[in-house]
Design a protein around this ligand. Structure first.
Ligand SMILES: Nc1nc2c(c(=O)[nH]1)N[C@H]1C(S)=C(S)[C@@H](COP(=O)(O)OP(=O)(O)OC[C@H]3O[C@@H](n4cnc5c(=O)[nH]c(N)nc54)[C@H](O)[C@@H]3O)O[C@H]1N2
Ligand SMILES: Nc1nc2c(c(=O)[nH]1)N[C@H]1C(S)=C(S)[C@@H](COP(=O)(O)OP(=O)(O)OC[C@H]3O[C@@H](n4cnc5c(=O)[nH]c(N)nc54)[C@H](O)[C@@H]3O)O[C@H]1N2
Ligand SMILES: [Mo]
Length: 808
């Protein structure tokens, strides 16, 4: 059953009885004649708002959010919006400010290893903010600003103004600075690599060759990582329209052949009639090199393209042909590594060369050991095909990993809250947090630079959940014991909030006013406050403004604007930007009353690198050579054996090729169908998907029967790093040797705060490996993990993940 059917989402009312404004003179004139929105009784209101999950209409009765309906112009709304009423009032909401008991008594003399174990003590807001300000002063005076870690990585929530991570940054910037992060968990390896090859990250962030261009021109789409409808349910900052599924269906209708190369057969394979080609995880680079080998040896490679638009092929070629190491990277070689048949590989290369082909490579492939390689291989393969810059041809990295990235950015963007200027210049690659906490002063390499880890004494986090998102959570537990002070702002008792010294309850988007807009979408939404804050929750902005007050720089933080003042200001700046684009946005009052603005559809036949193809001299890339770098002298000069100067097969330490008796299975931890990371794990949709309360894990029938496992069983997923309990789904939708689980379940250890304790709930980061993808990018390598699974018999411990902690 499709998720959408689970809640029986019907399409909402049609928009035409409501008034909305199009930007632009003619559109404004036509809107002036349309109807006013007709809301029912004031006590029974329906309000349009936005979220990472898309726009929706919220029904509020007697001050309570009772139900939501999808935005009627959204062709593929996500069922996840149905979680909102439940999670807003869930028992896991943090009711009041609280402090860890012994920390409140002893502050820096309390034992950091007790985080997560102890009871909390309730505080009133003034006490809590006084303490937070004291700690900020004390730590600054004792250790200086390089001892603050206030990067606050995480998805936080939609809304241009209430961006709590940016607000954290701004507060600490005003406080004299903080250690910040670099890159991200999403595509951290790719974003460091691509500028070396292509001069920019446009192939990730867009604009890239649009779906309409694909529908019109493409004949074959080869997807490494497949297409994933589940991932296209969200857009950072929200969207009025979920478009990915729509476009994939149009590709299908246009008769485009689509191939999903993926260890897992995701939903869309069946829905779109795609070919599924299972592959061993982490081996795609071998397949790509073999495709290149076939193109070369069968004289199908476009060497004229390579000659005119790339550099370094003379260095890559001997490796491909085996002249440099005695091993041709041919289809037979790759077949052994990938377990994809050699004939199929050769046929695919011929097919790709014969037709207009788009290569789509997912973000997941680079979230692995040596994760740069499959992305470099993608560029190499596309270059040999010679279709880069042609309509419907070439490559792209973000078509289906998330909604909306192939949408050409709007001409008008709404600016967000500014993070200010951080006087401290020290930053760490974001996924190296545990290394930093455990190894202060230690040097490390990053993208050709030698850096060293700061000595962190205080952490302040708002809008992220490192105790779900980071790898090897037992190691993070040990690292997290090091700082003297940990402050967490959260709406819910997430695992990270439970491991704080001081917990400050924050509002959600539903409890405040904001503006929803993303460059990936045509809409600007008013996000009116739907209900009063739950419990004593406060807006992050107000929390920080009051902290800034205590520290003597309130006006610098707020710029003397309140919430609505900021919304007017940010919208006003968007209006100014619009004028420069020849567009007229309605004034703020009209926008706020109407609830949305729709911008003109951007150009829809955009082709990535078409200008470069047309004139590579005038439109040279921002690489050292101005061309696509198939060999990068710059990377080669860094001397990293874990990321050499060209796309290379590097065998991960943990993958099926090195499976052993203790850990025979490769774990893939994908992004969840029923939540956004850990957000909404406490919602009805995710909870309904659990098996005996545990996160589902997919296992091939052969691997399951070997272990005596059946669908519905609970099992222990483990390796030397840790263990968690999962619910088993036996399915031939994963290839043998692979186990698949979704990230984001709230960890629920048998013994909270104790490293090595069994997690009852099924968070894969108990077993993933906390190592950088390579010295080039130091990115998250969650997808390289070998594991074992065994059946759990006997009574199961209760799940307590969503119960508030003990209050003394
Ligand atoms: N094993 C494995 N691990 C992974 C991944 C994987 O593929 N496999 N993927 C990685 C990736 S790509 C990412 S991006 C990360 C995501 O990791 P995170 O971004 O940390 O995950 P979220 O669950 O979205 O955490 C956001 C938190 O912000 C809180 N929040 C929301 N709105 C507000 C607000 O207004 N104010 C405050 N104060 N808090 C708010 C939410 O309640 C939630 O706890 O996970 C990474 N971890
Ligand atoms: N519903 C929902 N959507 C989301 C998110 C969410 O939490 N929930 N998170 C968003 C964020 S922050 C991000 S970064 C993106 C992540 O986007 P991705 O990283 O692309 O997403 P994943 O779900 O991890 O993996 C996508 C597919 O890659 C396959 N795959 C994994 N390893 C390999 C491999 O080695 N080879 C091949 N060929 N395939 C492999 C998986 O089986 C899966 O089907 O998703 C975004 N979209
Ligand atoms: Mo991400």
């Amino acid at each position: 059953m499709a998720v959408r059917d689970l809640f029986g989402i019907a399409r909402g009312p049609s928009l035409d009885r409501r008034r909305f404004l199009l930007a632009g003179g003619a559109a404004a004139a036509c809107a002036a004649s349309s109807l006013k929105p007709s809301f029912a009784l004031p006590n029974d209101r329906e309000l349009l708002t936005s979220s990472h999950w898309g726009a929706f209409r919220a029904r509020v009765v007697d001050g309570r959010l009772v139900s939501v309906a999808p935005f009627e112009r959204d062709p593929f709304p996500t069922a996840m919006i149905q979680n909102f009423p439940a999670i807003l009032y869930d028992k896991s909401r943090i009711a009041k400010p609280m402090a860890r008991k012994s920390w409140l008594e002893k502050r820096e003399k309390s034992d950091g290893a007790d985080r997560g174990k102890e009871a909390f003590v309730e505080l009133d807001w003034d006490q809590a903010l006084d303490i937070a300000a004291e700690e900020m002063q004390r730590v600054k005076a004792a250790y200086g600003n390089e001892s603050f870690y206030a990067a606050s990585y995480g998805w936080a929530s939609g809304g241009r103004f209430h961006a709590c991570d940016e607000m954290t940054n701004r507060l600490y910037a005003l406080h004299g600075g903080y250690v910040d992060d670099l890159t991200n968990y999403s595509f951290g390896a790719g974003m460091v690599l691509l500028p070396h090859l292509l001069g920019s990250n446009q192939a990730i962030g867009g604009p890239f060759t649009t779906w309409p261009s694909l529908v019109r021109h493409t004949k074959l789409i080869v997807m490494f990582g497949g297409a994933t409808f589940k991932n296209a349910q969200v857009t950072w900052g929200g969207s009025g329209e979920h478009t990915t599924e729509k476009w994939l269906r149009q590709c299908q209708a246009a008769g485009i052949e689509m191939i999903a190369i993926n260890p897992v057969r995701e939903d869309e394979v069946g829905v779109l009639g795609m070919e599924w080609r299972p592959i061993r995880p982490n081996s795609d680079i071998a397949l790509m090199l073999a495709l290149c080998h076939t193109l070369l040896t069968e004289h199908l490679a476009d060497l004229a393209f390579v000659e005119r638009y790339t550099v370094g092929f003379e260095r890559a070629r001997p490796y491909l042909l085996g002249e440099s190491d005695g091993q041709p990277k041919d289809a037979d070689w790759a077949a052994e590594l990938t377990e994809v048949p050699a004939d199929w590989i050769r046929d695919l290369a011929r097919k790709m060369a014969a037709r207009r082909t788009m290569i789509m490579t997912a973000w997941s492939l680079q979230r692995a050991r040596y994760g740069e390689q499959p992305w470099w291989g993608t560029v190499l393969l596309a270059a040999l095909l010679g279709q880069i810059g042609l309509p419907g041809g070439g490559f792209g990295f973000s078509y289906t990993s998330i909604n909306g990235y192939a949408f050409p950015p709007n001409n008008v963007s709404v600016p967000g809250f500014s993070r200010g200027r951080n006087p401290v210049k020290l930053r760490i690659p974001v996924a190296r947090i545990a290394d930093m906490l455990l190894q202060p002063g230690q040097p490390f390499e990053f993208n050709g630079r030698r850096m060293s880890y700061p000595d962190i004494r205080m952490i302040h986090w708002a809008g992220g959940n490192p105790f779900h998102h980071h790898q090897d959570l037992n190691r993070l537990t040990r690292a997290w014991a090091k700082p003297e002070t940990v402050i967490v702002q959260e709406p819910w008792w997430t695992p990270t909030a439970r491991r704080a010294d001081l917990v400050l309850p924050a509002t959600t988007t539903m409890e405040r006013n904001d503006i929803g807009a993303s460059p990936r979408d045509r809409y600007i939404f008013a996000m009116p406050q739907l209900v009063a804050p739950v419990g004593e929750a406060r807006n992050d902005f107000d929390i920080y403004a009051d902290l800034a007050e205590r520290l003597g720089y309130r006006a610098d933080f707020t710029e003397n604007r309140d919430e609505m003042g900021w919304l007017r200001h940010l919208y006003g700046r968007a209006r100014e930007r619009a004028v420069a684009e020849g567009l007229v946005l309605p004034d703020f009052e009209t926008f706020w009353e109407d609830g949305l603005v729709v911008m003109p559809r951007p150009e829809d036949q955009y082709v990535y690198l078409a200008d470069f193809r047309a004139d590579p001299e005038a439109n040279a890339l921002r690489t050292p050579s101005g061309r696509i770098e198939l060999f990068s002298e710059k990377i080669a000069a860094m001397g990293y054996d874990d990321c050499p100067g060209q796309a290379t097969w590097l065998e991960p330490e943990e993958w099926l090729g090195r499976a052993n008796e203790d850990t025979p299975l490769h774990l893939i931890s994908s992004h969840p169908q029923h939540r956004l990371h850990s957000q909404m794990d406490n919602g009805p949709l995710a909870r309904a998907s659990k098996i005996q309360g545990r996160e589902p894990l997919w296992l091939h029938p052969d691997d399951a029967s070997e272990r005596g496992l059946e669908t519905g069983d609970v099992a222990r997923l483990f390796n030397a790093r840790g263990a968690c309990q999962v619910g088993v789904i036996v399915s031939d939708r994963v290839r043998p040797g692979v186990a698949m689980i979704h990230e984001g379940a709230w960890i629920d250890p048998l013994e909270p705060g104790v490293p090595g304790s069994l997690d009852k709930h099924g968070n894969p980061n108990l077993v993933t490996w906390d190592i950088g993808s390579s010295r080039l990018s130091q990115a998250c390598a969650a997808q390289s993990a070998l594991v074992q699974i065994e059946k759990t018999d006997g009574p199961l411990p209760d799940i307590t993940a969503y119960d508030p902690p003990e209050v003394a």
